[in-house]
Each structure stands twice: as structure tokens, then as C-alpha cells.
Design a protein around this ligand. Sequence first.
Ligand code: PMP
Length: 397
Amino acid sequence: MQFADRLNNVETSAIRELFKLLGKPGIISFAGGFPDSAMFDVDGIREASQRALAEEPGGALQYGATEGYEPLREQLSAFMAAKGAKDVAPGQLIVTTGSQQALDLLGKTMIGPGDKVIVEGPTFLATIQCFRLYGADLVSAPIDGQGVKTDELERLIAEHRPKLVYLIPTFGNPSGAMLSLERRRKVLELAVKYQTLIVEDDPYGDLYFGEAPPPSLLALSPQVPGSRELLAHCGSLSKVLSPGLRVGWLVAPPELLAKATMCKQFSDAHTSTFAQATAAQYLKAGRMPGTLAHVRAVYAERAQAMGDALRRELGAAVEFVQPQGGLFVWARLTGANGAVADGDVLAKRAIDKGVAFVPGAPFFCANPDRATLRLSFATAGVDKIREGVARLGQAVA
Ligand code: PMP
């Protein structure tokens, strides 16, 4: 069959191949990017869905507006306001089918063949693939423990004049890194200085373990005049409530939002009204703060257990920054004392020892660092985390 040329730019993900091996009995998996299903607030979601059907069956089951179900847009506006982005009116966001769709709509509206796009190295794999599908020529901006290095970012923006810069400033996937407040300001200043669109992807910002992270770029943007007009922000209920609901949202300047809405109309008409009405009822019932407190506490304990176990079992063979939120430890093999220093090699040996993780190389759009690994602490309990890291210790030796 003659497929569209755009498919030539994209391969199926290396990670998907790895997932085929996870069915092996007894494997402890640190590979997934999922939240833990055991933490879903099933009672709260059941009640919310029942109220949605009882109170507004027409709204919940009928076709709806492409922009989203109005009561949900209002709830999301309030949800963001509670996190510091106080001036995002319901009309300044559209509801998307997961934040993944927001990324796709940004690709569709902004990126054409050969357009330069700057992403972090490493970044979310599905964004790499999605933007490449639209023909993006991706440029990798280096990060450290405090997120993207803004000096380097400025140099790359000045050199490439990208269509957009895609960042995950808070607890990145896979990096777990948190962009410092100073760098957040700098990013917004760069947007204005170079008139470049910044995309802030923020599905993990609510999952912090200790102190709250610095305000999102969206929340900070009023402090940097002119930056809001150059900022798109993707939010999601996936990591805090349920990915299966497929409720995300996009905040963007009016012209971009209108174009994205038009593209969404041709794509899925609207996000499931039933899911939207359920999410709206859930938020309205005021259950989110309790749910957030619960998931933060559970993930915090697991993150600590994984960090402690890595230090104990792998010692100098690995270096990493202890995550302050999110779902991932991003680690780098040092090769100390003859230990394995290649993520792919270690991944294969780890499967034989009964533990799985994702090697870091596929998360780079260029110059992959093959010594890196992404370890999710989200789905295994503390005992399994300790056991899994002990197995990893055997595999690395
Ligand atoms: N962005 C990032 C950084 C992610 O890690 C994910 C989920 N893995 C998404 C977007 C998409 O999430 P969803 O479509 O479920 O909102």
C-alpha cells in the first residue's frame, strides 16, 4: 500500500517493543508511564458519573460543543486558578481528549514539513513522534537537574528561530526535572524577546512530594508582559484522576485556540461528553484536594524507597537526582568498577533477572545519551520496588 510520505519520518516506538516482554511471569516493572490503578478514586468517579446522568443526561450523552462541556471548562478554570493561574477564563481553554490531543492539535496548527521545533533532550517520546509526523525538524536543548539550560536554549532559539519550543517544566517525562523559578522567568522572557511560541506541557505539576513547585509558566506569565500571547499550556486529569477518562485541556492565545478548535472539530468533533460531565461533577464535588493529597503521599513514599534502594543496591554505578514529584527517576549509568554503562544492554540483562525499565536513548530526538534509564516508581509497592532495584543491582554488576 502507498502510505502518506509523512509516515516516513516516524518509527514505532522502541518502548512498545519492550512492553511485549513485560508479560513474563514474575517481572517487576518500572517501565510503564502509568499511574497506579489501585489509586483511582472509584467511588468518587462512580458518584460523579451517576450525578452527571441524573442531573443532565442531555449534556452527558448528546453531541457537544467542540470547545468542551461548559461546566467542565468552568471547573478547569477554577482548578487552574487554585494553582496560581488566576486569570484563565473558561473561554480561554478548550477541553481535549487527553493532553496528547492538545499536543497533536499544536502539531497540526503550527508545524509543517521542515519547521524547526526545539524540545528538551530528553523529552516525552510521544511528542517527538507526533511532531515528526507533521514534519518537524527537532532540535534538542540540553537539560540538567534544574530542567532546560536557558543559556543553551537562547542560543538555539537565536540560531534556529523555531516555530515553537516544547517544554515539560515540572517533573518532566522522562527527566523528573523541575525547572527553577529563575529559569521559568527566563523562558518567558525568551518567548517575548524572540517572539517564539512556548508550549508548556504540565501533566505532572500536581504530583509534588514536599513543597509545591514554582508556579507554572502559565501562572507566571502575567509577570512577564507579552508572554501570555506566546504561551500554550497543556493540562491533564490523567495522572491525578484517571487516564482512561481522556480529559485534558489546552490554554492558548485566542487565534491559536480558534485554529486548534477547528482542527479538533475535524478530528473527533468533541471529547466524550460523558467523560467531561463526569469530570465536571467530580471537580464540583470538591474531591480533588483529597485525591491529590492521597496520591502525593503514596508516590512520595515510593519515590523515596526507589531512591534509597538505588543508592544502596547500585551505589556508584548510577547517578540521579532524587525526584521531588512526578512518576519517574531519571538515572545515568556511570560504568564505575566495570558496571554496565549502556541502558539497552542493562535493560536486556534486567529482564533476565526479572525487572524491567525503559532505556533512556529513545527519549532524545538527537544525540541520545545511551547511559540513561527511566525508572517509574508509580505502579509497584514499596516492597516490590526494593526487590526490583535489588534485581537491577545484580544485573548491573
Ligand atoms: N505529556 C506528557 C509529558 C506525558 O507524560 C503524557 C502521558 N504519558 C501526556 C502528555 C499525555 O497524557 P494524556 O493524554 O493522558 O493527558
